[in-house]
Design a binder for this molecule. Structure first.
Ligand code: KIV
Length: 280
């Protein structure tokens, strides 16, 4: 069957049919091409960019311009996947007008299909405003890295009945505000299951266990090229860092010992041209 661009309707159909939605992050052209070629449904240009690519301590310093720059590259490498741009900290908190303007940049300048923003009650109104402006919004509840200092660190959310109820209420609020799906980060399996059953829109797990309608992982974590820390919920499908490190070490050794570049990897001119050159 010919592959078509994945849409929000496909996402809803997958929930209805009990089929899992797949999502991975990407931050540049080559990785976007690989994710897209693998048949992944959706690509998130996450603000995890700040930590896994730009080397910041958290996602908080990431700017709109940095996000747009990377989202444009991802767009160029993406043909079929549904592309979501992550609104960075400070880009949707100041006013509805500014939030719509920034969300609009993801659509107009980077060709995204939707935006994501973190939070529950506090972002319900701005979510509705962005949706009303014609921009699809993906919600993000549970562990919300942009407000990590408020949450008291990277820890599982909704571990008490009270905490879980709060996440469920917020999820329902985001659904009413018009979100087309919601990411549940670092919540217990049972809580994610209950929310998934109560919502009409799909839930995408990021450490929310197997009962969500879909899964998302930070690509650099799952291919092992970010080793500052690996969250418990991340499965590393390959460890690229040691392979890349070996290649760099071998290159250094070969350059230093005159092994690289060899004949295969360099250019020569014809003998007669060389003789003419020598006479000059
Ligand atoms: O920034 C990001 O990559 C995310 C995912 C972890 C959901 O928000």
């Amino acid at each position: 069957m010919e592959r078509k661009k994945f849409t929000i309707v496909d996402m809803q159909n997958k929930k209805r049919d009990g089929k899992k939605i797949t999502m991975l992050t990407a931050y540049d052209y080559p990785m976007a091409r690989l994710v897209d070629d693998a048949g992944i449904d959706s690509i998130l240009v996450g603000d995890s960019l700040g930590m896994v690519v730009l080397g910041y301590e958290s996602t908080v310093p990431v700017t709109m311009d940095e996000m747009i720059h990377h989202a444009k590259a991802v767009r160029r490498g993406t043909k079929y996947a549904f592309l979501v741009g992550d609104m960075p900290f400070g880009s949707y908190q100041i006013s509805k007008e500014e939030a719509i303007r920034n969300a609009g940049r993801f659509m107009k300048e980077a060709g995204c299909d939707a935006v994501k923003l973190e939070g529950g009650d506090e972002v319900a109104e701005v979510t509705k405003a962005i949706v009303d402006a014609g921009i699809p919004v993906l919600g993000h509840l549970g562990l919300t890295p942009q407000t990590i200092s408020k949450l008291g660190g990277f820890r599982v959310q909704g571990k008490t009945a009270e905490g879980a109820t709060k996440i469920l209420d917020q999820a329902l609020k985001l659904e009413r505000a018009g979100c087309f799906a919601v990411v549940l980060e670092c919540v217990p399996n049972e809580v994610a299951r209950m929310i998934t059953e109560k919502l009409k829109i799909p839930t995408i797990s990021c450490g929310g266990g197997p009962y969500c309608d879909g899964q998302v992982l930070v690509t650099n974590d799952m291919v092992g090229i970010f080793d500052r820390f690996t969250p418990k919920f991340v499965k590393q499908y390959i460890k690229l860092s040691p392979l890349i490190l070996d290649a760099f070490k071998k290159y250094k050794e070969e350059v230093e010992n005159g092994i690289f570049p060899d004949e295969e990897h360099s250019f020569t001119i014809k003998e007669e041209e060389l003789n003419k050159l020598k006479k000059k």
